[in-house]
Design a protein around this ligand. Structure first.
Ligand code: NAP
Length: 315
């Protein structure tokens, strides 16, 4: 049976790239594009079908910043699908981003320069507004609309036979310091985007706690820095092109080995058609055994050194 995949915000940027990649991995997917703009979605659907004629690509119109739209789309999906195997919760906004020039210049000459460029911490403020539902727009779009979507789609996601997966597009810009449980919509702050992405991280963890027993699993990804409609709202495309060498240098020096999970093996793999990818595998061991083994090696090292020293002394 075809795997069924739903992608929100599939009309451009990360979502569109993701759809192309998913179809490259599995030509026979049923991919459902969840987009607010039907004509954009139809153009994307046509292009995807032209390059992957074996796939089934369909559209559901949904504006995640409007709860009526989310309810209507959920009903439609429940009529059309028996189950959804993967849901990519990717649609997102960063409205009217303003670059904090003062923070940029003071950061440039501080020890935090690499951190500042790789996370945009303190660099970006946004102007949020209130939606027709009376909620903060960034919160409703990036978090709450998606939360309601998964609540509504639970019958398609929770199965005892094989698990379904949610994959949220979060960001490195998600910061605890910008999130407050007393103001989850970030109505009083100036960095609603960062707050919303931190909320996404929290929500994913909570979904796992509450839904794993019902066969639904959730994870969070960050696409890195991509030049999309969103980032072009911050700086014009030519400035991004000029900045690319600096971003590359920051990336190069920022590869912290401690950011890799020590209990995960990263496997380089190749598909039957020759394209390369990386997959992860949890290692079947526990840290106590690893530590005991290490201590054994240290003991053996001591013993071998002593033996060699003794032999050298005798000869
Ligand atoms: N670009 C980056 O460097 C970067 C870094 C980290 C995380 N991200 C995350 O990646 C995700 C995609 O962003 P992007 O960079 O690809 O930007 P983008 O090109 O602007 O794409 C955003 C997508 O979300 C859709 N969308 C926005 N508001 C919506 C709503 N109310 N209802 C339904 N769909 C809506 C847009 O639809 P329309 O086409 O109709 O506008 C578009 O398809 C976001 O969650 C963003 O936070 C991006």
């Amino acid at each position: 049976m075809r795997k069924a995949v739903l992608v929100t915000g599939a009309s451009s940027g990360v979502g569109l790239a993701l759809c192309k990649r998913l179809l490259e991995e599995d030509h026979e997917l049923h991919l459902c594009l969840a987009c607010r703009n039907r004509s954009k979605a139809e153009a994307v659907c046509e292009a995807l079908l032209a390059s992957h004629p074996l796939a089934e690509v369909s559209i559901v119109q949904v504006d995640v910043s409007n709860l009526q739209s989310v309810f209507r789309a959920s009903e439609e999906l429940k009529q059309r699908f028996q189950r959804l195997d993967y849901v990519y919760l990717n649609a997102g906004i960063m409205p009217n981003p303003q670059l904090n020039i003062k923070a940029l210049f003071s950061g440039l000459f501080s020890r935090k320069v690499i951190h500042m460029f790789s996370t945009a911490e303190g660099l970006l403020t946004q102007e949020d507004q209130i939606t027709a539902d009376g909620l903060q727009e960034v919160f409703e779009t990036n978090v709450f609309g998606h939360f309601i979507l998964i609540q509504e789609l639970a019958p398609l996601l929770c199965h005892s036979d094989s698990p379904s997966q949610l994959i949220w597009t979060s960001s490195r810009n998600a910061r605890k310091s910008n999130f407050c449980l007393e103001d989850i919509q970030h109505s009083r702050g100036q960095e609603p985007y960062s707050s919303s992405k931190y909320a996404v991280d929290l929500l994913s963890v909570a979904v796992n706690r509450n839904f794993n027993s019902r066969g639904l699993y959730s994870s969070v990804v960050c696409p890195g820095t991509m030049v999309t409609n969103m980032t072009c709202g911050i700086l014009p495309p030519f400035v991004w092109t000029l900045l690319m060498p600096i971003i590359w240098l920051v990336w190069l020096f920022h590869q912290k080995p401690e950011s890799l999970n020590p209990l995960t093996k990263y496997l380089s793999a190749t598909t039957g058609f020759g394209s390369n990818y990386v997959m992860t595998q949890k290692m079947d061991l526990d840290e106590d055994t690893a530590e005991k083994f290490y201590q054994n090696l240290l003991e053996l090292e001591k013993h071998v050194r002593a033996t060699i020293q003794k032999r050298n002394h005798q000869s």
